[in-house]
Every structure is written in structure tokens, then in C-alpha cells.
Design a protein around this ligand. Structure first.
Ligand SMILES: [Zn+2]
Length: 415
């Protein structure tokens, strides 16, 4: 390995690691069964009328939320092509389906920097997998639990035919435009929901139900590769909801919110006016967890969060909505404390600069700032790790729930 190669950012994305650790101690032999990589078109051809039915059910779910696509959207004649499939399900039609796998442990040098981007393949963090190659269910789940962050939910409110209506929050383009599909604010203070009713609107449950239904369809057609890949997609949204900044719009204490409100004079638009300030905290939290998990896998460090992920309190089968609310309740109640712990640990003055965007700052080095903060403030670091561990315990629980639910038609091990 040359020194240049060592500098190439190769690592694992956060969802891939959440899934990997969450399934580490799951004693399910089926996770190690290998299946062939199959192109999406093959499933679409094999699905027949069942796919049309599924698309119609999805349209009905969205219609119940007041989303009405242009008539005929759900019965496009080219639904058996990837683009037709994406359009019929009102996903980003420009999204590319890549056949890849995440890196194995031996393929990542311990000193390689992390690739903090979430744009997905092609990237040195992924290895192409040709059609027909064998890949384990475990690796499919891990690799593709990241996939919904690769652009499939971006820029959707700009497509009038899809009928999603006015965007409730987030910018119209780019990675944050996916927010109403990847965030859900079930437990905001009532005055905030009254002042900002759009915070009630999200499409997360519809996404989870859609991808579980597609997984079921694929397993029933015997195309396990896509059964696991769609299960991983549904899993992604459940994992997102265990991230405090995805489950809480304004993760501050009531006292702090009131102080800001008094200073600002009005509540309406508070989240928008604090755009970067909120987003910087969101990004810093994700960067910190990303680094902790990568470091845990490379060097076996930070046992607390990793243990929490693999040994959660798993529920018996429950409805998707009940599972979402249960984990969101725990995490959203913790959000203000997580945010305060992050601020105390990192002492990053730029967090409060509305003109600074951590998201766009490619020079920010979490691999330097977080270990230094841990050295300087070990008690704050321990406190932060403990709070992260509670969130990761929920992430582990929903990950295993997703596996049991997505594969329910093929797995009957009493799990
Ligand atoms: Zn996401």
C-alpha cells in the first residue's frame, strides 16, 4: 500500500456500520446465506400484476395524506424499466441503481481517513459486484441500509406530477430536500406544532411500508437479493428516526427555546431562521457517531456504543407505526440533552455562526477534533457516549425489527 493510497478516504458509512454492529450478535443463520446479484429489471419482469397492485396501494397511502399524482402515474406502461419503476413509485427518476458492496475489514487500512460523504457509489468505499456474483444477506443489508441517502428521495417536491404538494420543511434541492422522508417529529412541544403545523407532515411511514412491501414481493418471487436490498431500504428510515436530530425539530430545552423566542419576538419560522445553526449541530453529531463507529470497527475502541447497538431490548412483532413512535419517543425526549452534551464536549464556536456550514466545510477534521475533545474533557466525552449509546440501542432494536419484518415471508425461526 503506497502512502497515496493510505490517504484515499475509504471507510464505511454510518448506516452500514449501524446495521453491521446491530446484527453482529443476532444468531440468525439465514444472514450468512449467499444469494446472486440480480438486476432490478429481472424482478420487475417477474413481479407481473403484483407490482401494479403494490404501486396502486402505495398511491392510495399517499392519497390518504392529500398527495394526488397526475392520473395514470401509477400505471405507466414502462414500469418494468428502472426509470418507470422510480416514476410509478414517485422516487427520484434520475436515481442510478448501482450493484456494489461495502468494503471488508481487511480492505480498509486502519489509518485511512473516513469518507464523510453520503453520495454513495461510485466511490473507493464501494466494490462493484457483477450480476451473478454471490453476496451474503448480511452484506446486502449492511451495504444498502445506506442507499436511501444516495439521492432517491431528493428534489421530489419539484416534480408536480408526483403531487407531494408544498414542501413542509427543508430546501427544495440537494441532500436536505429529502428531510420530509427521513425525519418525523412526533413529539414536539404543542406550541411549536401550533406555530409550525408543517412540522407534522412527513412521508417516512409510507416509505417504510413501501419498501417492506417490495421486499415481500421479491422474496415471494424467489429473488432474495432484492428482498434483502429493499429490507435494507426500509431499515434505513427506521434507523434515521433513532437519530435525535431526525426525531426532534428543535432539540433545545424549553427554557432555551423561550429565551430565543423572547429575543426573536416570534416563534413562527424559528427553525428556518436558525437553519445553519441547527444543521451544523446535526452534521457534527452525525460526524461524531460516524467517526466513533468507524474507529470501533478498525481499532476495537469505544465499546459502549457498539455494545448498545448489538444488545438492545428487542420487541416482539409490532406494527410499523408503533415501532416508529416507540423509538422516536425515547430518542426525542433525549434530544435536548444530546445536543447540550455535544456542545459541551466539542466547544465549537462555529456551531453558532449562521453563515458557517459544516456540511460544506471539507476541511473540518472530526478525526482530529473529537479525539482532542475527548482528551481535554473526558467526563463530557463519557456523558456524550452514554447518550449516544441510548440512541444506538434503539437503532439496534429497529434494525433487527426490520430484518424480521422484511424477511417474514421467508424466515420462520421464531425470531
Ligand atoms: Zn436518511
Amino acid at each position: 500500500m503506497t502512502s497515496d493510497a493510505k490517504l484515499t478516504p475509504v471507510s464505511w458509512n454510518t448506516h452500514a456500520l449501524l446495521t453491521r454492529f446491530a446484527l453482529r450478535s443476532a444468531e440468525w443463520d439465514f444472514l450468512d446465506i449467499k444469494c446472486s446479484v440480480v438486476p432490478l429489471q429481472e424482478l420487475l419482469f417477474a413481479a407481473g400484476n403484483a407490482l401494479q397492485k403494490l404501486v396502486r396501494r402505495h398511491a392510495e397511502m399517499l392519497a390518504a395524506k392529500g398527495c394526488n399524482a397526475v392520473p395514470g402515474m401509477e400505471s405507466l406502461p414502462d414500469i418494468v424499466t428502472p426509470r418507470g419503476f422510480l416514476e410509478a413509485l414517485r422516487l427520484n427518476p434520475e436515481f442510478s441503481i448501482h450493484y456494489v458492496r461495502s468494503l471488508k475489514l481487511r480492505e480498509v487500512p486502519a489509518d485511512s481517513p473516513h469518507d464523510a460523504s453520503r453520495s454513495g457509489p461510485p466511490s473507493p468505499a464501494y466494490v462493484p459486484t457483477p450480476v451473478g456474483e454471490l453476496i451474503s444477506a448480511r452484506r446486502i443489508l449492511s451495504t444498502f441500509s445506506d442507499e436511501p441517502d444516495w439521492g432517491i428521495d431528493q428534489d421530489l417536491f419539484l416534480i408536480p406530477q408526483y403531487g407531494y404538494g408544498p414542501q413542509p420543511y427543508g430546501p427544495p434541492t440537494g441532500v436536505s430536500s429529502q428531510a420530509p422522508f427521513h425525519m418525523a417529529f412526533f413529539f414536539e412541544p404543542r406550541p411549536l406544532l401550533w406555530a409550525m403545523p408543517s412540522l407534522r407532515r412527513n412521508f417516512m411511514e409510507e416509505r417504510i411500508r413501501l419498501f417492506f412491501a417490495l421486499a415481500d414481493l421479491a422474496f415471494l418471487r424467489g429473488i432474495d437479493y432484492w428482498g434483502w436490498r429493499f429490507t435494507a431500504w426500509a431499515m434505513h428510515y427506521l434507523q434515521d428516526l433513532t437519530q435525535p436530530y431526525h426525531a426532534r425539530a428543535l432539540p433545545f430545552s424549553i427554557f432555551r427555546l423561550l429565551k430565543r423566542l423572547i429575543r426573536a419576538g416570534r416563534l413562527s419560522g424559528l427553525a428556518e431562521r436558525h437553519g445553519n445553526i441547527l444543521r451544523n449541530r446535526h452534521m457534527l453529531f452525525e460526524a461524531a457517531v460516524h467517526w466513533l463507529l468507524n474507529d470501533a470497527l478498525k481499532r476495537g475502541s469505544h465499546r459502549k456504543p457498539v455494545k448498545a447497538l448489538s444488545h438492545g431490548n428487542d420487541w416482539k412483532a409490532q406494527d410499523v407505526n408503533a415501532v416508529m413512535k416507540q423509538s422516536a419517543k425515547i430518542v426525542s425526549r433525549l434530544a435536548a440533552r444530546v445536543n447540550a452534551a455535544l456542545e459541551t464536549l466539542m466547544r465549537e464556536p462555529r456551531l453558532n455562526d449562521p453563515s458557517y456550514s459544516l456540511d460544506h466545510d471539507r476541511s473540518y477534521r472530526i478525526d482530529l477534533t473529537l479525539p482532542q475533545a475527548a482528551l481535554d474533557r473526558p467526563e463530557s466525552f463519557e456523558r456524550f457516549l452514554s447518550l449516544v449509546a441510548v440512541c444506538l440501542s434503539e437503532a439496534g432494536t429497529v434494525t433487527r425489527y426490520a430484518v424480521r419484518t422484511g424477511a417474514s415471508s421467508v424466515v420462520s425461526d421464531g425470531a
